[in-house]
Design a protein around this ligand. Sequence first.
Ligand SMILES: [Zn+2]
Length: 317
Amino acid sequence: MLERSDSALRPHLGYTGNGIDRAPAVRHDPQQCAALASHPASRFYVVGGDLVALRTGGAGAPADPLFTRAEAEALGPVRETACLGVVEGTGRFAVGLDPAAMEAPSTRPDLLVTDLRRIAVEGLVPADHLPLLAEAKALLLWHARHRFCPACGQPTTVADAGWRRDCAACGAQHFPRTDPVVIMLAVDGDRCLLARQSRFTPGMWSCLAGFVEPGENIEEAVRRETFEETAVRCGAVQYVGSQPWPFPMSLMIGCVAEALTTDLTIDRSELEDGRWFSRDEVLAMLERRHPDGLFAPPPIAIAHYIIRRWVDGTLGD
Ligand SMILES: [Zn+2]
């Protein structure tokens, strides 16, 4: 297993580099948490469903995703508030609004309501906010989907500063979940295997990916998903890096896998197409100069990072 420090990933890979102090002592103490939330210096990220509220910047300036508590609560009905932690001595919270309030057309020219993919791809906010927005969105979406106890069906309530939901009826405690997804580049010498899903932007090709299933480890999930989707058998699996992916609440685990076979049978229920690409062709796709207009995912995505590391020959570094 190869490891690289977060700082090595941070310049390119979106949503990584979360340096917040998650302040467990504050989270576990309702009084401390309430005091921090009421402190005038504390700031709130505002999320509703898949959308994030930003305060627009001046000409050419980045947008600001932070609001005071009063500003945040004035934007719509609040469903949940969670404590993300402490940054430079001040509290950071996530406010979940009713998605309908976010989707309604805004009459305020100083507000931009948009999704987190666009915010990352277009660099709409300073990069330090991306991992915190990812934390806020994934956590609040988990709340939205766990209002009723999976064990007994009764309503649950927020506990532990937004990091747990409790069921008074049966006593069960529920914790925020993160779903592991393997994303892998199968490699055969100087060729790699890329694929397209029908929902991709025309011309974009990426790594294969799939959820880790119960009862398998990362390497087994890489081999199974690759075989199911393309019929390619893989041997050695090398870890490259990982990335929080808040769509809705995944952890992308990036790997490179040694292909043992190369004949392709594409699962058309999962993929629109898949084929082997030469290193030169993939380099042209990364640099957006492929003669047929094909391209790789943008630099914020771990697929880009994995492909780039393979093309550059830096996987062993
Ligand atoms: Zn229950």
